[in-house]
Design a protein around this ligand. Sequence first.
Ligand code: UDP
Ligand code: MG
Length: 138
Amino acid sequence: MSIERTLGLIKPDGLERGKQGQLLDRILQNGFKILAMKQLKLTRAQAEAFYAEHSARPFFDSLCSYMTSGPIIAMTLEKENAIADWRTLMGATNPAKADPGTIRKDFAVDMEKNTVHGSDSPASAAREVPFFFSQLEY
Ligand code: UDP
Ligand code: MG
């Protein structure tokens, strides 16, 4: 295993319900370094570009509306095996199927409003971290 960087997002439902503090605490308690972090609101075009891989899926339009409904927090997370470990800490996309102790099990509202995002592979991380952060920021 090697030191990796991955993109983490706290989605609008997390901020709207004031869960930022608890979520950041979980991230730090699980050994991730937060190399960079900012709060921002995506435009429709930015949300569509970020989720372009899902553009043909039935949930795409609703997903982009939701992701632009309020501010999000973007983070570059670093640790050994960060990409897979952040996905494990997040839990399954559908919170009803997420394992106990995962963020989505404990915080998600539903399949769409599932509180966090994480890159799903090294290739995704390599695309998604620079989508949100310039080299000057991490
Ligand atoms: N999503 C949804 N309905 C679905 C599948 C996904 O609303 O049936 C939303 C959900 O917010 C999810 C995001 O689209 O996190 C991206 O989907 P993906 O399959 O990439 O899930 P993730 O990688 O976030 O677990
Ligand atoms: Mg995904």
